[in-house]
Design a protein around this ligand. Structure first.
Ligand SMILES: Nc1ncnc2c1ncn2[C@@H]1O[C@H](COP(=O)(O)OP(=O)(O)OP(=O)(O)O)[C@@H](O)[C@H]1O
Ligand SMILES: CCCCCCCCCCCCC/C=C/[C@@H](O)[C@H](CO)NC(=O)CCCCC
Ligand SMILES: [Ca+2]
Length: 448
């Protein structure tokens, strides 16, 4: 770099610069050179070096949810992301979604071979749509029956990037460390990647959904159900419904069967955290490859553990589920790609104790260090509600029929179901009885 002279041609080199706490920004340096030939040689040499890297995407399919979060998805993409993609010579096909499941249905059918990756501008629900479209198309082509819980799924070859524009953005937060659109766009441009665990959810041998972040029954299921009626509030719908659900203090009875993850490294109570190049994930990845190539490990009945009771919440975290409300997440030591799920059981307790548990998500105190909370690292679990789904009738009838009085677990609060529903990455699953298992590492994420 030298000082400009009138006749020198300026050339700007853009580069990624780390700024505060996981944030990345785009910085630039201007070069001046009076020798045109030399200048072009430099530009071509740099271009060749970039092309050699191979991991940088050249053509992306972008979905924008204009209604996610604060409804700023389109604005965020146009103002902050598209100019960066243009600078990086990335071509894009942009689809602004017109209805829910638009992205999922498009991805399930479209020829994906021309793209180097998919980008979704939105929240966890949009990411969920994209993985469903990709995984479903991949299994269809491979002739895999997704309804069979024992099917070995085929991994998708395309990577997915998230530009955060949702309400929770926990997948972005847990992978990148922050929900900043510019940081995510830069991770996508340089071709960063991060594998992620995906779990499948079945009900009576019928496939329901895949989950990447949280599967929550009870508290998080009820918060989501209530919040769907208040979408117009934007992200604050979760605060409003969270408060209402906390006051209702409903607990739900049932049986959890789980298969502990004994072969993998790590424990949900570990002090260490999953970060880039995580040793636990690498070790577990190799182990899973081995068990896939060899004969499937057969689990005998004694391997399964049983927990029965009344629960305020049953949470299955594939990853930490860190977000702005809970910077460490629901399960701070969970791993992004270790093939396991952290199963958190919050038993019936007083409102005060449940509040203590919730508040610990927001600070550094241990939310598992409470007598009514249990946490297990599992490969698979099955939840069976006490009352079958056909019986999911008004609690007042059960109260009258079974006990001749109202059930003490369900105070007259207007919310009268004996069963909750599952919150699957922010989407509602109406069934209470589910069978959940780790199924595959998701298509590498661009913004890892
Ligand atoms: N054009 C659209 N109109 C209505 N709904 C849409 C549209 N496009 C996508 N959706 C749906 O909107 C839902 C929510 O989207 P998204 O996840 O982007 O935002 P959010 O729910 O506010 O954020 P988060 O999931 O992080 O809490 C998703 O279930 C998605 O299927
Ligand atoms: C007195 C203070 C108590 C504060 C308690 C805060 C506890 C926050 C834990 C947050 C855990 C988020 C888990 C992520 C779930 C996402 O897959 C899902 C889709 O985006 N979001 C929600 O369901 C939204 C869930 C929102 C819950 C409030
Ligand atoms: Ca995991």
């Amino acid at each position: 770099k030298r000082l400009s002279r009138q006749e020198d041609v300026p050339r700007i080199l853009y580069y990624v610069q780390r700024s505060k706490e996981h944030h990345w920004c785009c910085a630039e340096v201007t070069f001046y050179c009076s020798d045109q030939l030399l200048c072009n040689q430099w530009v071509q040499a740099l271009q060749r070096r970039l092309d050699l890297q191979g991991v940088r995407p050249k053509n992306l399919l972008v979905f924008i949810n204009p209604f996610g979060g604060k409804q700023l998805g389109k604005h965020i993409y146009d103002k902050k992301v598209a100019p960066l993609f243009q600078l990086a010579s990335i071509t894009t096909e942009v689809i602004v979604t017109e209805h829910a499941n638009h992205a999922r249905d498009h991805l399930a059918e479209v020829d994906l071979r021309i793209y180097d990756g998919i980008v979704c501008v939105g929240g966890d629900g949009m990411f969920s749509e994209v993985i469903h479209g990709l995984i479903c198309q991949t299994q269809k082509i491979a002739g895999i029956d997704q309804n069979d819980p024992n099917s070995k799924l085929v991994a998708c070859s395309l990577r997915i990037g998230i530009i955060p524009a949702g309400s929770t953005d926990c997948i972005c937060y847990a992978t990148v460390g922050v929900n900043d659109p510019v940081t995510s766009a830069l991770h996508i441009i340089v071709g960063d990647s991060q594998p992620m665990d995906v779990s499948s959810v079945h009900h009576n041998n019928t496939f329901l959904k895949y989950s990447v972040s949280l599967l929550g029954y009870g508290f998080y299921g009820d918060v989501l159900k209530d919040s769907e009626n208040n979408r117009w509030m934007g992200p604050s719908r979760y605060d409003f419904s969270g408060f209402k659900t906390f006051l209702s203090h409903q607990c739900y009875e049932g049986t959890v069967l789980y298969l502990p993850a004994t072969e993998t490294l790590g424990n949900p109570r570990d002090e260490s955290r999953c970060t880039a190049g995580c040793y636990v994930c690498q070790y577990s990845g190799k182990l899973l490859d081995l068990s896939n190539n060899k004969q499937e490990l057969k689990h005998v009945e004694e391997d399964w553990k049983v927990v029965k009771g009344k629960f305020l919440a049953i949470n299955a975290a594939n990853m930490s589920c860190a977000c702005s409300k809970s910077p460490m997440g629901l399960s701070p030591a969970a791993h992004l790609a270790d093939g396991t799920i952290d199963l958190i059981l919050v038993r019936k307790c007083s409102r005060f104790n449940f509040l203590r548990h919730l508040i610990r998500h927001t600070n550094k105190d241990d939310q598992f260090d409470l007598a009514f909370v249990e946490v297990y690292r599992v490969k698979q679990f099955i939840f069976t509600p006490k009352y079958s789904e056909e019986d999911n009738i008004d609690i007042r009838d059960i109260g009258k029929n079974l006990f001749g009085q109202f059930c003490s677990d369900h105070p007259a609060c207007g919310c009268s179901q004996v069963n909750s529903n599952w919150n699957c990455d922010g989407e509602i699953i109406e069934h209470a009885a589910v069978e959940v298992r780790y199924v595959l590492f998701c298509c590498l994420e661009l913004s890892g």
